[in-house]
Design a protein around this ligand. Structure first.
Ligand code: NCD
Ligand code: ZN
Ligand code: ZN
Length: 438
């Protein structure tokens, strides 16, 4: 069987650094079969899956359960380990067990995992720095959020915009600034998840200028929706952090084009439709699926002249490959070299329909949107996971763990030795330190 790819563009398969596949624990929302099927249908060949499952991926036993669940994956995957207050002594074992990166919930979100103290984060970052492991941050400050929510509860929270008001941009901004300081002190690599506001960009830019190895992502929903979405979509658009006002959206597009935001990820967060469609936005679960629709939405942006196809590939594949160590040899351009390919038709029109999504969470704020540009075939390490817009069922189980590339270059520690005593000393001035390699 030959493939006629005339008229199609070949892109590196997208690497989505932020998905929630819910297994083990919440398989009525999603499982590894449905989640990775959605990825394959979206031109995504590698995903990094989040630890807020049940049990959370904070111990080697929980990691083993997750790796078992992932055995049916259609696409390659990295597993996130949890960095929490009570499992700092488990981090080394999680690394040995094959996690690809870590996730730290600085603020409250689905799964209700308590956020670690700043001290535990510092200690955890010190351990991750030794291994060159990146820590991705749900960068929201729990204590500011709790304070705002008390105020809102007192005022009555019937306004649908109250969800936005409960997590003002300062909630994220303070967390980014604090995490960047801890990364600078320990030499840890960090990644800011779901950037939603103009305000977070300042501590991100400042940290980059100081030489901190920090990357950032935004998601299609922050680029395509603003506060008007609360009137039209109600609880469906409820997500952490919230979709914000127009001026934030404008700043996010600018930050993508100037490189402040490195990559596009989706925060694919499926829920049962019954858990999403609520009259009272406060009782709806936060998040919605995204891994299947990212590429077509962003190719539409390419067609609209928002950025070039080459820039899209940098944001969808190049930057996440670099940040999460998927280049086996330093400097070697190996994205796509193991035939992770999205074959896309840049002119194909397609209307997004929740009912047609492969995710179990058949509800999407992008319902009814017409897109231009669509993945037609997806190849994972040389095998078709999607062909002619159909899932190749026989690739269930073909996906494998990417782990952390073994030859990942060692980070430059900000301090001479990596002991807690060293961490207690202030970092050397920027001029005296080697710059992180861009
Ligand atoms: C995510 C989920 O449902 O797991 N929800 C969300 O609103 N983004 C959790 C998260 O990433 O904060
Ligand atoms: Zn989050
Ligand atoms: Zn998330």
């Amino acid at each position: 069987e030959t493939l006629d790819a005339s008229g199609l563009h070949l892109l590196p398969g997208a690497i989505d650094a932020h998905v929630h596949f819910r297994e083990p624990g919440y398989t009525h929302k999603e499982d590894w079969g449905t989640g990775t099927a959605a990825a394959a249908m979206g031109g995504v060949t590698t995903v990094f899956e989040m630890p807020n499952t049940n049990p959370p991926t904070g111990t080697p036993d929980a990691l083993a359960l997750k790796l078992k669940a992932a055995e049916k994956a259609h696409v390659d995957f990295g597993i996130y380990g949890l960095l929490a207050e009570d499992n700092i002594d488990q981090l080394e074992a999680l690394i040995d067990g094959g996690v690809a990166a870590f996730k730290c919930f600085m603020g409250n979100t689905f799964g209700n995992l308590p956020s670690p103290s700043t001290g535990a984060m510092l200690e955890g970052f010190e351990i991750l720095a030794k291994h060159g492991m990146r820590c991705s941050l749900h960068a929201e400050t729990a204590s500011i959020m709790a304070w705002r929510q008390r105020k809102l509860a007192a005022a009555g929270r019937h306004d649908p915009l109250a969800h936005l008001a409960s997590r003002p941009a300062v909630v994220a901004t303070e967390a980014v600034a604090r995490a960047a300081i801890l990364a600078e002190w320990t030499g840890a690599r960090i990644h800011v998840l779901h950037i939603s506001s103009a305000d977070e960009l300042r501590p991100l830019r400042e940290a980059k200028a100081r030489g901190v190895d920090i990357t950032g992502e935004t998601c299609p929903h922050y680029l395509l929706f603003d506060e008007h979405a609360y009137e039209t979509l109600g609880s469906i658009i409820r997500v952490n952090p919230p979709v914000r006002e127009k001026h934030h959206q404008t700043a996010l597009w600018e930050a993508l084009s100037d490189g402040t935001i490195d990559m596009i990820a989706t925060d694919h967060a499926p829920h049962d439709p019954a858990e999403k469609r609520r009259d009272d936005i406060w009782t709806a679960d936060c998040g919605f699926p995204g891994v299947e629709t990212q590429m077509q939405l962003m190719l539409t942006a390419v067609n609209e002249g928002r950025f070039t196809l080459a820039e899209y590939v940098r944001m969808s594949a190049g930057a996440p490959a670099r940040a999460f160590g998927l280049f086996p040899r330093k400097g070697a351009l190996t994205v796509g070299s193991d035939a992770d390919i999205a074959f896309v038709d840049m002119r194909r029109r397609h209307v997004i329909r929740a009912a047609e999504l492969h995710s179990r969470g058949k509800i999407t704020p992008f319902e009814g949107m017409e897109t231009v540009g669509l993945p037609i075939h997806t190849m994972v390490r040389g095998r078709f996971a999607m062909r002619d817009r159909r899932l190749c069922a026989e690739t269930a189980g073909w996906g494998r763990s990417v782990r952390r590339a073994q030859a990942m270059p060692t980070p430059q520690p900000r301090n001479l030795d990596q002991t807690m005593e060293a961490v207690l000393r202030p970092p050397a001035p920027a001029s005296a330190r080697p710059r992180a390699v861009a």
